[in-house]
Design a binder for this molecule. Structure first.
Ligand code: ZN
Length: 153
């Protein structure tokens, strides 16, 4: 089990050092900003949503701890091509995993399983759950065109 844990930490370090989908895309039709004052994490989510509700592009900019940046990077990889409905279902799952309320990931979660698992270690550190979920909360806010900054408390 400790080997697996090391692997997952490697995933987090890799994504935080080399964030995927970092920057502002050419075409954006939704965006939102999030702030986690407990840790100082800041993230802006840029979203290009197709008319059928599918995510054409999702990128982010921001600064913060490794968990927050890795989570945002992993999230953007997971959400491309998904519908907003699918994305919200995934967030429910992810939230359950990082808070420890729902640790029952199954094979049906497919390729997303590994990525969700990578961040499941934060459940042992309640303060870091907000770091891990900041990008997701901000993504949801972007899909709903909420203007005010998302602040995790
Ligand atoms: Zn943080």
């Amino acid at each position: 089990m400790s080997d697996l844990r090391d692997l997952y930490q490697e995933v987090i370090l890799d994504h935080s050092k080399k964030p995927r989908n970092f920057g502002k895309p050419a075409h954006v039709n939704h965006m939102a900003q999030g702030h986690n004052p407990l840790c100082g994490d800041r993230v802006t989510i840029y979203l290009d949503l197709a008319e059928d509700g599918r995510v054409k592009a999702v990128t982010f900019e921001g600064s913060g701890c490794a968990i927050s940046m890795a989570s945002a990077s992993i999230m953007t990889e997971m959400l491309k091509g998904k519908t907003v409905t699918e994305a919200k279902a995934l967030f429910d799952k992810f939230h359950g995993v990082v808070t420890g309320e729902d640790a029952d990931l199954t094979a049906a979660d497919g390729e997303d399983l590994d990525r969700l698992e990578a961040l499941s270690g934060v459940r042992e550190f309640p303060m870091r759950v907000k770091c891990a979920t900041l990008a997701w909360h901000t993504f949801i806010a972007a899909t709903e065109d909420r203007r005010e900054q998302v602040v995790t408390e």
